[in-house]
Design a binder for this molecule. Structure first.
Ligand SMILES: [Zn+2]
Length: 335
């Protein structure tokens, strides 16, 4: 057992050291949102990252003079990212070659159970700590203004998972590891299906694919970089000064190819001077990276905005077959 606990500690230290070496924390503290760039980290360590339609494997690590990491294209982005972080752990801790299947998802990281090879235990713990360190969870909680007890609420844990870029289940495990929730609360969180959380956010709208994620965006997300899947949905919820004639204008989203599937007002719309909440639901339709600005304005004075809301989005997931794009660009430019 001691040997296994030491392995977990070694992996946690390694993840911390790599964050420092790559300046991960400084970069994320400067930007509003954004996830740990695990694919970029693999490139920075000099390994080649490839995506392939693997059926039985989620990923593989091949040590060599020029090491290689292979990730399946048949899983959503959060699983691709976790697999990449697991393989990055093998690479950074100088492990033997590894072929990793579904098993890496079912294992509870940090549980020093017997029967699992030490290097797999290390890679699991490394992956969790690299993608979701305590300081990053704290940073997101602070930006969102969530009271600590809200982390035991499935809807909050789900929104946290989207901002971390980890699966809902992996996020719940990490919250327990960071002692943000108790073991019984972890059990409760894991008993809730993400689909139920998405359904509650969509109020009757049926997306074409329930694997798509549903982002709840509020004024706390001003300037956020949304990194998600190509068919993700945004529920945007903003206070609106409509009694003074101001309305949020979401035409920019439509111009960018999003489908507006719901548009509602909540609150006392009849009372003069009352603030209401404007709530729209928009669905992305393809692989796209852009920025968009919404403006709260009077329709008859569109040049004057009371407020603006800025959003950047990179809806790339899941990654497609081939060499990781930034690597490919570097190779092509060098040729
Ligand atoms: Zn492995």
């Amino acid at each position: 057992m001691a040997e296994r606990r030491d392995a977990i500690l070694k992996a946690i230290k390694a993840a911390h050291k790599l964050h420092l070496d790559l300046g991960v924390r400084a970069r994320l503290e400067r930007s509003n949102g954004g996830r740990v760039d695990v694919f970029g980290a693999i490139g920075e360590l000099g390994a080649t990252l490839m995506f392939q339609p693997l059926d039985k494997l989620l990923g593989a690590y091949v040590p060599a003079e020029e090491p290689g990491i292979l990730i399946t294209t048949k899983r959503p982005l959060s699983i691709q990212r976790f697999t990449a972080a697991h393989e990055l752990g093998h690479l950074y801790m100088n492990h033997q070659s590894s072929l990793d299947d579904q098993g890496i998802l079912g294992r509870a990281p940090f549980s020093p159970a017997k029967g699992l090879a030490l290097q797999e235990l290390e890679a699991d713990a490394f992956a969790s700590m690299f993608l979701a360190p305590a300081w990053l969870v704290a940073l997101i909680v602070r930006r969102q203004g969530w009271a600590p007890e809200r982390l035991a609420d499935p809807a909050t844990a789900y929104q946290l998972s989207l901002r971390l870029g980890t699966s809902y289940a992996a996020t719940c495990h990490v919250l327990e590891r960071h002692k943000a929730i108790k073991r019984e609360q972890l059990k409760h969180l894991l008993s809730v299906e993400p689909k139920a959380i998405k359904r509650a956010l969509l109020h009757g709208h049926e997306p074409p694919d329930w694997r798509s994620d549903v982002w709840l965006l509020t004024d706390r997300d001003e300037g956020l970089v949304v990194e998600g899947g190509r068919h993700d949905l945004f529920v945007v919820q903003l206070p609106e000064n409509s009694s003074a004639g101001y309305l949020w204008n979401f035409d920019a989203l439509k111009a960018e190819g999003f489908a507006l599937v719901a548009d509602d007002h909540e609150g006392d719309t009849a009372r003069a001077g009352a603030m209401v909440t404007r709530k729209i639901t928009a669905q992305a339709s393809g692989r796209v990276s852009r920025a968009v600005t919404f403006r709260e304005q009077r329709p008859w004075m569109p040049e004057e905005a009371l407020k603006e809301f800025h959003l950047q989005y990179e809806l790339r997931g899941p990654e497609e077959p081939g060499m990781w794009e930034p690597d490919l660009m570097r190779v092509l430019q060098a040729a």
